[in-house]
Design a protein around this ligand. Sequence first.
Ligand code: UDP
Length: 526
Amino acid sequence: LRAKQFKSLIRLDILAIMMHQFRWIHQRVQSMEQVWVKAGRSLSAKYNLTERKAKQILVHPGLVTDESGFRMAESAFSGGPLGELVQWSDLISTLHILGHHLHLSASLADLKEILGNNSGSCPPRNPKFTINLIYTDIVGLHQIKALLGRSWTKYRCKIRVLDSFGTEPDFNHEAWAQKHNLKTYWGGFGLMPMQFNTMFPHTPDNTFLGFVVEHPLSSKQTQLLHSTTRRKQALVYGKRATFWEGKGAYLDLIHKYFELHGTVDNNKSSAVPSYVKNHGIISGTEVQTLLRQSKVFVGLSFPYEGPAPLEAIANGCAFLNPRLHPPQSSLNSDFFNGKPNRREVTSQHPYAEAIGEPYVWVVDMDNATDVERALTAILNQTIEPYLPYEYTCEGMLQRVNTLIEKQDFCHGPVSWPPLSVLQVVIPEAGTSCKQACENVGLICEPAFFPHLNSAEALAKHNVDCLQSGSYDSEVVLPAFDNGTRHCLLQSDPLLFSCVRSHPSLIRICPCRDYIKDQIALCKACV
Ligand code: UDP
């Protein structure tokens, strides 16, 4: 990290201002500039970051392009989803602070200028550099494929896909997905599952990229926030009036204990009770001030897995987290329908759920006793702000830097994390590797599956196979069949999966340790 890179993000600003698609992103990047620079300095004081080469990185958020039709950039200022834009902003800041060369693209024309096109009739704008890495999303990946035709595969191993909710291996494998009726617009790309980068560390088959929870900015603002006194006030988590529909009884109950505030885009809706003080859509800094004044941030059970609950607890405000009963997944929810995974979401915010009380209170919204128990406890408690390291600027810089330097899908078998951190766990039949590793305080590491996928490797780990080597493509292999005592090996590396299980098969699980509050990295990885 050279001092020059810390000067400012101004070069980036000029580009971003020119593109309306980057307006919200640009505002966030700029408003957090000081914290990023400070975090970069702090990281470089702890680690030797000099032995790195600056990479040429294409950043193409397909969702913000006009051609995608999602209108995400436009709706950002009127209650539209912001989670993805938060992640793009923080990724751009991270890559810049780490000293890489960024090529921002917000349209098909930009993409064509940077990558060229299929027929070669339009060569890349600047043939002097070779793109080393591409960050895009699923919409962007469709656009890249359409632009380049078959030759998109020359970029295949360089692609990283921002994918909030995750892509499980069976949905990613084109032929498998087709055969098992799992193919949707959002899946079937046949990348390595670790090329999908998630918002939260929920799918160990993918890579956890994350984002940053806004910190107080200047020392003056920090002082101001610290001096803000907490009132008997609740802030409701719901930018759109539709999120409030059918929640009247729950809100009335909370109103018995707290003065209610909201940040709803359109307060004309009758779904928002008249006793709510609505501030409309406000800036991130203003949201922080409201959170500092409030004792509780009230979840309405939607949106799922957004950044805001982490902002609440980072500002010392408890989060009331509605339980989803039954858990929601692509099998039973309109929202998750078509998403390339079968992950079950047990509450509005499972990551926060794991943080637990006194910061996060999981409640059954329809059970007044349950809600009142939580409200009384919150009213009588004082909590300190809490922010896991992985959601700080420094934590994100550390993680993304390690991933960029070490994760390599272009040259031979995946060779990171170091094999020395592999710990093999052999659970009972019917248990997934995600679960098996979690049960012993570890995390499933898919990069290690190939190292367990041979008769010799299994023998080394004391798996007593009567016969082995019967290769098969299933999503639960390698595994041991308890009945026949046969070891079943995986024939298709794209189908290695942490999350699947089979009632009569014992999975052979590759696990590793992790740094507390930096779960993407093993202890020996930094
Ligand atoms: N936010 C904001 N203004 C508001 C309400 C929210 O800037 O009036 C910010 C909030 O601080 C957070 C971001 O919007 O950083 C994303 O919020 P949310 O958790 O609602 O995620 P989403 O559902 O939009 O992906």
